[in-house]
Design a protein around this ligand. Sequence first.
Ligand SMILES: [Zn+2]
Length: 369
Amino acid sequence: MRQFIALLITLLYVGASYADNRATLLDFRFATSDKRTQIIIDLDKKIKYSINTNVQKIRLNIQNVKLLSQTYDKIFYTDSRIKKTRVKRQKNTMNFVFSTAEKYKVNSYLLQPDEKYQHHRLVINLNNIATQQKTKKQKHNKPTQQKIILIDAGHGGQDPGAIGYRHTREKNITLSIAKKLAKLINRTGGMKAILTRRGDYYVGLTKRIKIAQANKASVFISIHADAAPRRSARGASVYTLSERGGSTKFAKQLERSQNIEQSFGGRKNLIKNDQYLNKILWNFSRKDRDIQSQKLGHKILKQMSKIGYLHKKIPQKAGFVVLKTPAIPSVLIETAFISNPQEEKRLNNTKEQEKIANAIYQGVLNYYR
Ligand SMILES: [Zn+2]
């Protein structure tokens, strides 16, 4: 076995010596939580890969790639789900076989470098199927496991939100769009929409988060309309939660104006007897949630760009209270500028509201695809 590994490493080195356009596997990182194991592979460029799953094996095939010798040791991680890992190289293709304890629901995606991570990443999730079945049983044998989409119509009641040039109130626009979006989601198999409010009344930010948690929401979408002193400001933006707070001065401003309520006790909800385990779970759910929020934000913005202007072309990071939902990917959508007379008109138009709701809906579908 030792000889085989030595031979393998030699082969890898030989392979590396005439490297040219191949991608490099820089690092393997793993995170285990009670619901899943996440494999994160850091890369210096985008790759082509395929994954095959059968009962107790996950086969990952990465083309045109090379492996650093110092990365090699990091591949062999074991936990309650991953029992053994084998690596095989065929020319420029790397084959990884992860032997698993049982069958898991496997999903994977590529992430581009961003301001937080300098490398491309391949993320592979091994999600428990057993716990999903358990929740299914607890919910009186529902035929399929539903994804709960929490839709939050911003403001309401004594809080009108932003006021338009022709006195349109943000709270009314957000509710109309939220209801239209809920209708689209409820027509979709395997998905159920829950609204944080259904009428013109005030719901505290903490309450909105609690509604999401109580319903075990899988995503949280907060709908708003933007306003700026400059009448010409226009277009949609999407904000996601950032652990470091706002990424721009503007996001920080928004954060200050929207963080009316103090931070909620999300961490306490996770605290059990095991402090160490709790710490790991907490950090993991935060990181994972951030990645997922970014993904969801991107998918929605892409659809929004098809129906109107974008104010910001990529999701913005901000620490809105409403988004501080542990482990629930969350986005805040500024649909358009209510302070811009043209966009105010658009926001008041039922057809346009439908278009906006549909764009968000398509983004959500693509997120789960
Ligand atoms: Zn708002």
